[in-house]
Design a protein around this ligand. Structure first.
Ligand SMILES: Cc1cc2nc3c(=O)[nH]c(=O)nc-3n(C[C@H](O)[C@H](O)[C@H](O)COP(=O)(O)OP(=O)(O)OC[C@H]3O[C@@H](n4cnc5c(N)ncnc54)[C@H](O)[C@@H]3O)c2cc1C
Length: 511
């Protein structure tokens, strides 16, 4: 880390849109931002294509946006949260524009608004055509660099959130090449992104493996609905890892899913993602292939440079030939349980962005609602974190930081990712899920909980949740429980979730 890291200021773990905007909103209160790479590296934000949803058109309203969100959420979204976030959406997009994000505009200066799956209105603001994430991140990074109260520690991995005897957050242990160091702080914000990298087929940065879930669980926080993983139906199937995403906005512009014979796969190509992902997966399971025919859509618009470039790199000309696609793990709807201020169940620990479960997405995220959630909730979290100033409990001394968990799964991540794709993928059942839980549980047992890497622990928690939800709802499809049960959240802590799986010695270290 070089110089000693600053102490006694809020620490934000993660430098995607959620983490950076939290830091910007905290200013002038000093804070520290940690990121595993350099700024912009290792983030899903940089890869986001379609855009950010907000009722920005006079013919639209936050209420309609909230209703579409609830409809996609399949009974698990929280109506109050959906209303609050969609009401705050237009101002959040304007704030990004004010930070310098260059959104695509009509000649009279209005936002150009795209249509995406399951939205009843054109309401997706975008930038650089399909390079929205890159542009909003660029603007957020510029704002951070221009804010002297923010200290960014690059190549710095949080390995443990430390709590005191009173259960409150007392610090965070950081590994940055050398020996792990303790940063004393009573306020930690997890903004670590999602967990798609736990799966062999993913659109996420491959290092995005649920580290924030493991950090929160080890600190004693409650996790919620972890089994709700959104599989994007159209990742470009050309052998790349991560798989390039073919944005849904392309289907909004007229592209169609077809089988090898060129016949349409679905009547409604803009049906919710889970429906489309299952249809694509079923065709692949039958031994077929699936293509996105965007010949006309791409011919009509220069709006999709990212998709066009990914195709070109793979030797495909999407204006002449359909693109091969398959579903890929894309977004984690569940996460660390938070309330309306982003507080987790551990005092002094907040979560924001994809790692958090606010109740917005329920069992299925509506397209382009996640950049929105990150932008809106970052403000609320920052306000709450700043409001805790001066309410410190007893300070932790300077205990020697523990070595922390392994950085990587034993034997590398490939085996873990294959297991997750095969057993906890688009279609699940009790037998495959039990197999995954047993295998992962045995790995944790062998290494001991403290030494187990975060990816393995996050995978075990996710598979355990999927096994426990005995119904099909939204993105979670159990072939052995095809119907929906009464809607309910599935919560899990390390102790109650894994207590039964581990040997007594390791169970003790889970407390
Ligand atoms: C290909 C793709 C396209 C998408 N398109 C859209 C879209 O059009 N619209 C939309 O709304 N959403 C989209 N999404 C989803 C959206 O991009 C993400 O949900 C959102 O950007 C997540 O932001 P975040 O800040 O929570 O996390 P991220 O942007 O993923 O950032 C995570 C940060 O946490 C850091 N980190 C992780 N663990 C640690 C640790 N232990 N210590 C220190 N730092 C850590 C990482 O280094 C990184 O800086 C897309 C996602 C992908 C992958």
């Amino acid at each position: 880390m070089g110089a000693a890291p600053p102490q006694d200021r809020p620490v934000i773990v993660g430098a995607g849109l959620a983490g950076l905007l939290t830091a910007v909103h905290l200013a002038p209160l000093p804070c520290v931002v940690l990121t595993t790479g350099r700024l912009a590296e290792h983030t899903s934000t940089d890869l986001a294509q379609g855009g950010i949803a907000a009722a920005l058109h006079p013919g639209d309203s936050p209420l309609l946006h909230a209703l579409d969100t609830l409809h996609a959420g399949a009974g698990l979204s929280d109506p109050g949260t959906a209303e609050r976030i969609t009401a705050a959406a237009p101002a959040a997009v304007e704030h990004l524009a004010a930070l310098g994000a260059r959104f695509d505009r009509t000649p009279d200066g209005a936002f150009t608004l795209g249509l995406e799956a399951a939205h009843s209105r054109h309401r997706v603001a975008h930038a650089g055509g399909d390079a929205t994430g890159h542009e909003v991140l660029r603007a957020a990074i510029a704002a951070v660099r221009a804010t002297p109260s923010i200290t960014v520690l690059q190549h710095a991995r949080a390995v443990r959130v430390v709590t005191g005897d009173d259960g409150r957050v007392a610090g965070v242990v950081v590994a940055a090449g050398g020996a792990p160091e303790l940063i004393r702080t009573d306020r930690v914000v997890l903004a670590t992104g999602g967990a798609g990298g736990l799966f062999r087929h993913t659109t996420n940065p491959t290092g995005s493996r649920g580290q924030g879930l493991a950090l929160a669980a080890r600190a004693g926080a409650e996790l919620r609905d972890l089994e709700m993983v959104q599989f994007h139906p159209t990742a470009l199937d050309v052998g790349l890892d991560p798989m390039p995403l073919v944005t849904e906005a392309l289907r909004g512009a007229g592209a169609r899913l077809v089988d090898a014979a060129g016949d349409r796969l679905l009547e409604d190509d803009l049906a919710p993602r889970d429906v489309v992902a299952r249809a694509v997966f079923a065709e692949l399971e039958r031994g077929g292939r699936v293509f996105l025919d965007a010949r006309e859509a791409l011919g009509a618009a220069a709006r999709f440079p990212t998709v066009a470039a990914a195709c070109r790199a793979a030797g495909i000309d999407p204006r002449r030939a359909p693109m091969p696609v398959r579903p890929a793990a894309h977004y984690l709807m569940g996460g660390v349980s938070v309330d309306g201020r982003g507080r987790t169940t551990v005092a002094g620990l907040w979560a924001v962005g994809e790692v958090a479960s606010t109740g917005l997405h329920g069992a299925n995220r509506l397209a382009s609602n996640s950049l929105l959630e990150a932008a809106v909730c970052a403000r609320w979290v920052a306000q709450d974190v700043a409001g805790q100033e001066g309410r410190r409990g007893p300070r932790l001394g300077s205990p020697a930081p523990q070595p922390g968990p392994a950085a990587e799964p034993a034997g590398g991540a490939a085996e873990l990712r294959t297991l997750m794709s095969e057993c906890v993928g688009v279609l699940r059942d009790g037998a495959t899920l039990t197999h995954a839980v047993d295998r992962l549980g045995a790995t944790v047992d062998r290494a001991g909980l403290d030494a187990t890497d975060d990816a393995t622990l996050a995978a075990l928690l996710l598979a355990t949740s999927a096994l426990r939800r005995e119904e099909s709802r939204g993105a979670h499809t159990r072939t052995d429980f095809p119907g929906a049960a009464e809607p309910r959240h599935l919560t899990l802590t390390l102790e109650d979730g894994l207590g039964g799986l581990l040997t007594p010695a390791h169970r003790r270290s889970a407390t």
